[in-house]
Design a protein around this ligand. Sequence first.
Ligand code: PG9
Length: 616
Amino acid sequence: MRLIKYIFLRTALLLFTLTTFAQETESYDVKKHYTKQEVDIVMRDGIKLHTTIYSPKDTSKKYPILLQRTPYSSRPYGKDEFRSKIGPNEFLMKEGNIIVYQDVRGRWMSEGVYDNMRAYIPNKKGKQFDEASDTYDTVDWLINNVENTNKKVGVWGISYPGFYATYSLLDAHPALKAVSPQACIGDFFFDDFHHNGAYLLSYWRVTALFGHEKTKPVSEPWYKFSDLPSKDQYQFFKDIGPLSNLDEYYKEDNVFWTQLKEHPNYDEFWQKRGIIQHLEKIKPAVMVVGGLFDAEDLYGPFETYENIEKRSDNYNIMVFGPWSHGDWARTKKRQAVGNVYFGDELSMKYQKNIETKFFNHFLKGNGDDKTGLPEIQIFDTGKKEWKSYDSWPPAAAQKKAFYLAENDKLSESKGSNFAEFSSDPKKPVPYSEDIKMVFTPRKYMTDDQRFAARRPDVLVYETPVLTEDMTLVGEVLAKLKVATTGTDADWIVKLVDVFPNNAEDTQETQEYLKMANYHMMVRSEVMRGRFRNSFTKPEPFVANQKTDVNIKLQDVHHTFKKGHKIQIQVQSTWFPLIDLNPQTFVPNIFKAKASDFTKQTHKVFHDSAIEFSILK
Ligand code: PG9
């Protein structure tokens, strides 16, 4: 009977997948409905930026302009080479908009010198430029030179293009009416390449991608290695050893790798590139979008929304779904991150009912800001449903704390002793059970953490089985009290949802096998211990001295359902997601030698707290 059921289910799944594929391949003929032109727009300092303009063939009406500025190229180049899909989504594409892509300064076909997250210059004079002035000059040219525009402009972008979208808000052109920064990088010391000072080793190839001040021809490899896909990334990096050995893998002129190595602390180099500090007196309407399981840019979208909300009085809303990096822009039917399924067509419904509505209201509407869209739309990743709020975190949220107490208990009362573990850089805790040689890790954020819970170098604390739902909203703050026999250490905290053995909450039958007792990672974060008091001035630990290490885990919106357990895991390696800490204090870990890496014993005291907010 079970075999017949299994065969039936597999056949159903195959048919389902084929149908889905058919839907996704349903194509819209851009060339049939749009013309394409490529122009070089001259900036105030004379540099030309290569810009591709797609205009609807139907010239019976005026259209707004939707602009994306990108380091990933406005290609394909050539007037007869069309993108298969243009604009933020296919609804806006099919409705008809003038859609523009621009190579940012120093990238691909644009002139100039590239500068990663180029620093903003307030009160620019004469020919002084940055990405804000490049956007202003571009918008000005477009509304005065492109035919059939209604002279209203929107900007959108995901990830690095999201950073340029945020940047467009500064010294914004009056024609710029609506901006949607999505998975927008806020600061490279807290997004993408670093998390609280730890280097995202798994990003090593992206370092090459952005390593040059002038884009290399695509044909020229940016790094010297081959046969990567076959390699086990954990072993690959164990074999490489200290970060300094990566030098041989980069071409000598990789400017960004040199910058990463020379600026291991949050110094002026990184500080001036952060864009969050400039988000005040914003005028265009803003819709910030992010994914609650975005492994690359979580800091950016939350900080962007929050700072605009605090320091400007423009229209500003936030949408966060159960997505990995950029998932909301895709058109797949089944929405899942790794093993965890969240529902069908969540992205398409967002694109149709939220993103299209936002841009049409401000670019084709009557100029008011009554969009009918809620201030906050955020997905409950435990209940698997959308929620709307008037503020974030919700006004009704109440503070709560658990302690990492004796006998592995996540308890409402403090403990009086400590737990300890041996942390060995030679046998680091893997960041996942399924570590492939990916370009950037995007699917581990909901991975099953049972493999880690069973390691002696991972401390585990959990509540009893919940007798009622508990909804966590907003940031989670780990206030660890630790000690180490060494003089440096990383501290990683993971918030885990422990499913019951019967795993009642599966939306698709083939999941039930996987989800029984699944330990779903809900949120995780690292603090490189040397930065516990200051990201600018690193400090060693005093060996064996009880020390405070506070770690802010990015916001969550997750209901731990009745029958589940809340679990916290604490560890000191997370490899090769992040690089290894020598666990003895050295001036610059990028230059540490193999002999600097030592096994140490770490203690976590039972008065360590996990502070968060809940909605009753
Ligand atoms: N957030 C991605 C990224 C940007 C820059 C460096 C590394 C990664 C992205 O643009 O998708």
